[in-house]
Design a protein around this ligand. Sequence first.
Ligand SMILES: [Fe+2]
Ligand SMILES: [Fe+2]
Length: 249
Amino acid sequence: METKITEIADGIYRLSTFVPDIAPPAGFTFNQFLVLGDEPLMFHTGLRKMFTLNSEALARIVSPEKLRWIAYGHFEADECGAMNEWLAIAPHATAAHGNIGCMVSLNDFADRLPRVLNDGDVVDIGGGKRVRFIDTPHTPHGWDAGVIYEESTGTLLCGDLFTQLGNSSALTDGDIVGPAIEAEDLFKYSGLNPEMGTTIRALSKLMPKTLALMHGPSFSGDGAAALCALADDYDRRMRIAALSNVKAA
Ligand SMILES: [Fe+2]
Ligand SMILES: [Fe+2]
């Protein structure tokens, strides 16, 4: 396996590792994102078992010991499994996550005290980069779920939202909604809930220019339209689920 690096927006780097054995024959990508400022921030730690791969890749952009912030979407191995390995090689780094995430997992899991982020909190990491934390509870899964929006580039680091199979390209302006619907049909990875469409539609108000997918290419284009289309599909799934529950009652 190798980790490929692509600058997907000004100063935002995608570190992508393709694993052909997951969901063959298409395979599956795991992507970390580095937001380069005076205080570099990494979104997702990657799997513990991919730490060597990811840390060597990061070192091609910036010395890992210079990392200042380590954030992630929700508490799962691919999102934050290697947290303590990163904290060990980056002595000035602080883990950062939302209230719920810190309360239920990170306060205990992280080897150093994390920074608690409230919904909407902005961290100025210097170099013109400002990252905003947004709570997205249970969307696509996890009570602690959240995303990060980098204001200067209009980049939404959207974690597992829009998950897709394959390894087509690092950056696309093509359809990312159809492949996300296919992956949801296959994996059923979302914790389908009545607020899900509303939560995703609210992100469209940011009018992001780039959507950075944890599992898939980064998307450059009308991020609001893509988010609204994804929200519509989850509303459709909720209506079908509600109707089948009524019929079963
Ligand atoms: Fe996840
Ligand atoms: Fe993930």
